[in-house]
Design a protein around this ligand. Structure first.
Ligand code: MN
Length: 435
């Protein structure tokens, strides 16, 4: 074989094969520095958005600093106007009105702002063997062992009978106390370590240690619990019954950190899905005069199936579309029928240590750009919105045109697990959606 023939094959390969694994290598140092700069804003956001209420509050602050005002349904809006609406403090929508009528559809970027965690039960506080503890009910899909013996912070809201509320955030500053779920010392863990992982810690084992000192040396019972309640009352005015109308939750007390000697990665709690909600928020912030009306919707409750009035199954977004369509003399369904959406959620980057969980040809890889996932779901594409070939073509052509670093990725190997996103709930409104 002479060298000419080889180069012919090489040429043909270049023409016909999918180009894979070029990724970050084709970026300039300036482009990488720009990405690192963008991530500084992300790190700040994720540290201030550990629970959905904080994500909403932080997003509102950023939006207002960038010219967004509260939506008012008695006003008429023109191209370039920037508004936001908040739903029950847990869900936010930012809109930049486009030059075209909403009859031609809107462009959605949708992500979620809730993350797995340990929620307090309605009657959480108890004392056992001179320890004060809190009962929890985990929220979303967690690997329970990851939540033991690490510092936890308490976040949330307590609503009082008079209608007032207080926000709670304990464990995030250096001088704050933290809390923890206990684990068994290695010396006594012979039985524990021989159990399968899903039996090592049960849901009812996820009890949080919050105190050990009695109120006084009286003869009364439950003096450690009393001491805790006394502290809570003096500091926040909380009675035990106020836990009944509270949303208090435990999250890891550590903030985002650079990972690696090269500082090329970020380790943090709640990447899923703040790593998508922050860019979606920034997309709205940076949209100045879009052709189509641009909407960023950040929802709650994805981790528990999107049910409820602040989840993706809520009519919050639909109602808003009805209002802005009405205002333009357009049918809401016409606006939705012509709309397109990027549903932004995380995929799993290939990890060589757990190679058997992935299928190498259809996995996403670090440093190869944003992942476009045609379908999610599990067990034979169950529970997914499978984006159409036509929409996929439109998206890949757009990404190429705009010089975006991107790749495709399926979530793990077939029948290896999988999971859904909010894409299907948007698709059910007859909108073109891809993850
Ligand atoms: Mn997610």
């Amino acid at each position: 074989m002479d060298s000419n023939e080889k180069s012919k094959a090489k040429q043909l390969k270049e023409k016909l094969f999918v180009k894979k694994g070029v990724g970050i290598k084709k970026l300039s140092a300036e482009e990488i520095a720009k990405a690192d700069e963008f991530c500084k804003g992300y790190v700040d956001y994720i540290d201030h958005a550990k629970v959905e209420r904080e994500a909403v509050e932080t997003s509102v602050k950023i939006a207002e600093e960038n010219g967004f005002v509260k939506y008012d349904n008695t006003k008429t809006y023109k191209a370039g106007d920037r508004v936001y609406c908040v739903n029950r403090n847990k869900n936010i929508m930012l809109t930049v009105f486009g030059k075209k009528s909403v009859a031609e559809g809107v462009r959605f970027a949708i992500a979620h702002i809730d993350s797995p965690r340990l929620d307090l039960k309605p009657n959480p506080l108890y004392e056992a063997n001179d320890l004060a503890m809190l009962k929890t009910h985990y929220y979303g899909g967690i690997k329970k062992y990851q939540w033991t013996a690490i510092p936890l912070a308490l976040h949330g809201t307590v609503a009082f009978k008079d209608g007032s509320c207080i926000n709670v955030k304990i464990g995030e500053v250096e001088t704050d106390p933290c809390f923890c779920v206990t684990d068994l010392l290695p010396h006594l863990a012979q039985e524990q370590t021989s159990k399968p992982m899903n039996k090592v810690f049960t849901g009812e084992d996820m009890n949080v240690l919050i105190g050990s000192r009695p109120f006084s040396n009286d003869e009364e019972s439950e003096l450690v619990k009393l001491n805790i309640l006394n502290i809570l009352f003096e500091k926040y005015g909380i009675l035990e019954e106020d836990f009944l109308s509270a949303e208090l939750t435990l999250v890891p007390a550590f903030n985002a950190k650079d990972i690696g000697f090269d500082r090329s990665m970020i380790g943090a709690y709640g990447h899923d899905d703040k790593v998508c909600s922050y860019p979606a928020l920034m997309a709205a912030i940076n949209a100045e005069s879009p052709e189509y009306t641009a909407i960023t919707l950040l929802v709650d409750k994805e981790e528990t199936g999107s049910d409820g009035n602040t989840g993706m199954k809520s009519t919050f977004m639909e109602n808003f579309i009805c209002e802005i369509a009405d205002a333009q003399g357009v049918k809401a369904y016409t606006a939705l029928n012509n709309s397109k959406c990027l549903s932004a959620d995380v995929n799993a980057a290939y990890d060589p240590t757990y190679a058997s969980a992935y299928e190498a040809n259809n996995s996403s890889y670090i440093n190869n750009g944003v992942v476009i996932t045609k379908y999610t779901g599990s067990g034979g594409k169950y529970g997914t919105s499978d984006a159409s070939a036509e929409y996929m073509a439109e998206i890949r052509s757009m990404l190429q045109r705009e010089n975006v670093l991107w790749q495709t990725g399926e979530l793990g190997k077939v029948d290896g697990g999988g999971g859904g996103t909010i894409a299907k709930y948007v698709a059910n409104l007859n909108v073109d959606v891809v993850d």
